[in-house]
Design a binder for this molecule. Structure first.
Ligand code: 5AD
Ligand code: FES
Length: 346
C-alpha cells in the first residue's frame, strides 16, 4: 500500500519501485485505489469530457518488418492499399460532419509518401479545416522531414516507442531498426513543437515487469502530451502468431499509473483494448483514459489495415462507430465532445 500512496503523492517512483508496484497489478484493492486517483485527476483537468480523434488509415504498405505487426512487409497475404488524396479528404469531410475536430493520418512506413506528397495532403486538410487539429502517425522519419510536415501544418505526432528496453526492443524488431532511432525521432518531434504521443504494447511476447517499469521511467523523462497503450494481440501471419495476448487488467492498471505520472496526458482507450474485451474501452475510461479514436477510413479498406486478429469496427460506417462510442462513453458517465482536445495547459 505504501508504494501506491507514494506514487499518488509524488507522481513518480524509481524504476525498482515501479517494478515492485507492477508485481501487485493483480491486486484488486490496489488497482481500485489507483483507478480512483486516476479518475480524480482526469476529472480535475478534463471534467467529464472525452475527446475523439478520427483515425484515417491511409496506407497499409510498410517497409518495416516488426515481428508483432500484421501489415509487416514480410507478410505476403496482405492486400495492400493506398487512399488517394481525394479519398483522404472525403474521410475528413465525413468526419467533420460527424463532429470530429482532430484527424489522425496513420499509415505504415510507406516510401510512396515523400515529404512533398505528405506536406501537400497536410496543407490541404489544414486549409479546408483550419479549426481542426491534424495528427500524423507515419513512423520514423528524418528531422528535416518532420520539420517540413510541421511547417505544412501538422500539429501532433503519434509514434509509440513500443518498449523502452533495449533487449525487449530487439526481440520485437528486426536488426535494421533501433530503439535509439525511435527515441531520436520522439526527441526531434518535441523539438519541432509537435504535441507528441509515445506508448507501448502491454504483454508483448517475453515482456517482463522490469521492462514495463523501464517504459514508465521513459515516459516520465520524455513527458509526452499523449500516451497510447494497448494490449498486444497476436496476428496469425506473424512470427508471434502463437503468442499469448496481453491482459486487459494489466493494461488498465498501467493506464491508471500513467494518468498519475502524467496527470494532464491525453490517454486513449484503444481499439486493441476494445478488441480484447467487449467492455475494454469503457473500462479504459474508468481507469483514467480520456480519448477514443474511432475509424474514419472507408469501410472497403478497413479489414486490410489488419495489425492484429479480430480487430473491432471493421464493418461499421464512421457514423455508426461515433454513435456507438457516444453511447459507450455516456454509459460510464462521460460525454463525447466536438473539440480539438488539446492537452490541458493550466
Ligand atoms: N497487437 C497490438 N497492437 C499492435 N500494434 C501493432 N501490432 C500490434 C499487435 N499485434 C500497435 C503498435 C503500433 C500501433 C499502430 O499498433 O503499438 O504502434
Ligand atoms: Fe465501432 Fe462500436 S465503436 S461499432
Amino acid at each position: 500500500m505504501i508504494l501506491t500512496e507514494r506514487l499518488i503523492r509524488d507522481h513518480t517512483l524509481t524504476r525498482k519501485e515501479y517494478e515492485e508496484l507492477l508485481e501487485k497489478a493483480g491486486n484488486q484493492e490496489i488497482r481500485a485505489r489507483l483507478a480512483q486517483e486516476a479518475v480524480r485527476l482526469r476529472k480535475l483537468y478534463y471534467g467529464d469530457k472525452v475527446f475523439t480523434r478520427g483515425l484515417i488509415e491511409f496506407s497499409n504498405y510498410c517497409k518495416n518488418n516488426c515481428y508483432y505487426c500484421g501489415i509487416r512487409c514480410g507478410n505476403p497475404n496482405v492486400k495492400r492499399y493506398r487512399l488517394s488524396q481525394e479519398e483522404i479528404l472525403d474521410c475528413c469531410e465525413n468526419g467533420y460532419g460527424l463532429g470530429f475536430r482532430t484527424f489522425v493520418l496513420q499509415g505504415g512506413e510507406d516510401p510512396f509518401y515523400t515529404d512533398e506528397r505528405m506536406a501537400e495532403i497536410v496543407r490541404e486538410i489544414k486549409t479546408r479545416y483550419p479549426d481542426c487539429a491534424l495528427t500524423l502517425s507515419i513512423g520514423e522519419r528524418s528531422y528535416e522531414s518532420y520539420r517540413i510536415l510541421r511547417e505544412a501544418g501538422a500539429d501532433r505526432y503519434l509514434l509509440r516507442h513500443e518498449t523502452a528496453d533495449e533487449a525487449h526492443y530487439r526481440k520485437l524488431h528486426p536488426e535494421n531498426m533501433t530503439l535509439d532511432n525511435r527515441k531520436r525521432c520522439l526527441q526531434d518531434l518535441k523539438t519541432l513543437g509537435y504535441q507528441v504521443g509515445a506508448g507501448f504494447m502491454v504483454g508483448s511476447p517475453g515482456q517482463t515487469g522490469a521492462q514495463l517499469a523501464e517504459d514508465l521511467c521513459f515516459l516520465e523523462e520524455l513527458q509526452p502530451e499523449m500516451v497510447g497503450i494497448g494490449p498486444f494481440i497476436p496476428h496469425h501471419d506473424t512470427p508471434f502468431a502463437e503468442a499469448e495476448a496481453g491482459s486487459t487488467d494489466l493494461t488498465l492498471f498501467l493506464l491508471s499509473v500513467i494518468r498519475i505520472l502524467l496527470p494532464k496526458a491525453l490517454l486513449p482507450a484503444t481499439t486493441a483494448l476494445g478488441t480484447l474485451d467487449p467492455k475494454g474501452r469503457e473500462k479504459g475510461l474508468l481507469a483514467g483514459a480520456n480519448v477514443v479514436m474511432p475509424n474514419l477510413s472507408p469501410v472497403k479498406n478497413r479489414k486490410q489495415y489488419d495489425l492484429y486478429d479480430n480487430k473491432i469496427c471493421t464493418g461499421e460506417e464512421a457514423a455508426e462507430c461515433r454513435q456507438c462510442l457516444a453511447r459507450r462513453v455516456e454509459s460510464v458517465g462521460y460525454r463525447l465532445v466536438e473539440e480539438r482536445g488539446d492537452a490541458c495547459l493550466s
